[in-house]
Design a protein around this ligand. Sequence first.
Ligand code: ADP
Ligand code: MG
Length: 334
Amino acid sequence: MKFVEIKNLVKTFGDTQVLKNIDISIEEGEFVTLLGPSGCGKSTLLRCLAGLNSIDGGTIYVAGKDITDTEPKDRGIGMVFQNYALFPNMTVWENIEFGLKIKKEKDYDERIKEMVKMVGLEGKEGYYPSELSGGQQQRVAFARALITKPKILLLDESLSALDAKIRKSLREKLREIQKKLKITTIFVTHDQEEALAISDRIFVLNKGEISQSGVPEAIYTNPENEFMVDFIGSYNIFRGEEVKKVLDLDEKMVAIRPESIYVREEGRNYIEDNFHNIEAKIIDRIIIGNVIRYTVEKNGVSFIVDMLNRGENKLYNINSQVELMFMKQEIKLY
Ligand code: ADP
Ligand code: MG
């Protein structure tokens, strides 16, 4: 049995099944992400795990123990939300200390000092939440959740309220701390880039069901169904007539990643059997950092081609007629 086992979990609100027979198992020390659009049931699933929502079916095991009917405070679960939820009238130190006091622990000053250092808040122990930035407040919230050594850490959109740069640095910090403490973590986000960057494994939720699960690389390169390929967001998707017009194939729906298409360089040898070649016209070109992003068109259908922006790749002008190629295995059928 895995460290966390959620079996056949069902949750309904009124007549609506919000979670439909969810099965998830998680290894000890793993960092997994629940990813999905707003309203798909992510927060509800976390709340069910924490015991803050009742459930209508299924079983939850943590560390080999059935905790389905256990009181929230006895589940050994720490939770951090999007809105920090710090006590405004308590200092950083007192906020972190709070859980230890409740548990009537003693001689914990060294532990708090260590935790303050780990989250990078040295010197801020006496500050009140209102005197801190959003990123710093969220560090306090992490420290407050971690200090009681929970068996599982649940993070509900914990970085989503922060601006992009701080969000990125804090997620790296969070991952570093999580690895150091080897704490089993379930992170919730609607942001696929964040999920791909931070997770050991991802469970993608759609309308209360797991649409796909796997390591980030597999989620990104091998979306298994129509919802997934749409959700990942960066794929070129061709449907119906478009498939014939662009690829000359008789398929219902086809997807292909922009970075798996090359603008073909002349004078090179390619193993033709493995490649699909098409002609297209460049209709737009932008440079995004190290990527040259072409919008190309064939038979009235436009799509995206991403090339690495480096010396050996020629820069093609708008209105150029080019030959595109990609490996046949990169054409995903749905
Ligand atoms: P997410 O966190 O993925 O955005 P939620 O878990 O918050 O989604 O919500 C999933 C669905 O359950 C939504 O349709 C939401 O409206 C519904 N829902 C959540 N909480 C309640 C509640 N307390 N009462 C009724 N419906 C709820
Ligand atoms: Mg939510």
